[in-house]
Design a protein around this ligand. Structure first.
Ligand code: 5RP
Length: 226
């Protein structure tokens, strides 16, 4: 599909929002690409679309509320019809997420959805994952996690705030450590290994994406389905 605007994040976000149908319960991801999907959903709600959103962060909750999207919770709606979210890098239907420090709630929402749709611009697509992997870490466990990651062959850096002195604090009250493993040839094994580390609440490797919407500079969107 060709679009009049050539902002790849905008075209992919807006196009993915068309997957939402009447009475769906929808996971609302975090980040600048998903923000376009949320705004488009707000526009459709104003036109009469009935839907409920489950936000993955304060950012998406504020944005959704500001755009008139009625919100619900996983307690009230434990199973979602669809989740639309961004990513920092995608290769072979595996994503690295957490650039906005929201990957814990994002993964919970993604796992609660029948369909997980990732929206990215083409710069995020890669043949091989090599982006740093965000780790949400209990502050008390920081030193232990640094050692655990080192044993897995990685190095870590505590993510620092912008417009805030000191570390980033996640929406859940934890630190974010960005772990560098270089090229990740076996994301499935790293997924399991990081999940087994003590002190890591959640990591940013997302396996088994269902659909990827890729916004191109020429205004088209490529859709890849698992
Ligand atoms: C937040 C995320 C974002 O979805 C990811 O960082 C992509 O953001 P953007 O669409 O702004 O590039 O994982 O935790």
């Amino acid at each position: 599909m060709k679009n009049s605007t050539h902002n790849p994040k905008e075209v992919t976000g807006r196009q993915a929002a068309q997957l939402v149908k009447e009475n769906m319960v929808v996971g609302l991801g975090t980040g600048s690409t998903t923000a376009y999907a949320i705004k488009e959903l707000g526009r459709r709600v104003a036109e009469g679309l009935k839907m409920l959103g489950v936000p993955t962060s304060y950012q998406s909750a504020f944005l959704a509320a500001g755009n008139g999207i009625p919100l619900t919770t996983l307690d009230e709606h434990p199973m979602l019809d669809i989740d639309i979210d961004g990513a920092d890098q995608v290769a072979n239907f595996v994503a690295i997420k957490g650039g906005g420090a929201a990957h814990t709630r994002e993964k919970i929402v993604a796992r609660s959805a029948r369909k997980f749709v990732v929206v990215v611009d083409e710069s995020k697509m890669s043949a091989l994952l090599n982006h740093t992997v965000p780790l949400e870490v209990i502050p008390f466990a920081r030193k232990l996690v640094e050692k655990e990651v080192e044993e897995l062959g990685g190095t870590t850096e505590v993510r620092m705030g912008v417009s805030k002195d000191g570390p980033v604090i996640s929406d859940n009250g934890n630190f974010i450590l960005d772990a560098d493993f270089g090229a990740i040839h076996d994301p499935a094994s790293l997924d399991i290994a990081l999940s087994q580390c003590t002190g890591i609440v959640e990591h940013g490797i997302f396996m088994n994406l269902d659909v990827v919407y890729i916004g191109k500079k020429d205004g088209t969107v490529e859709i890849m389905e698992m």
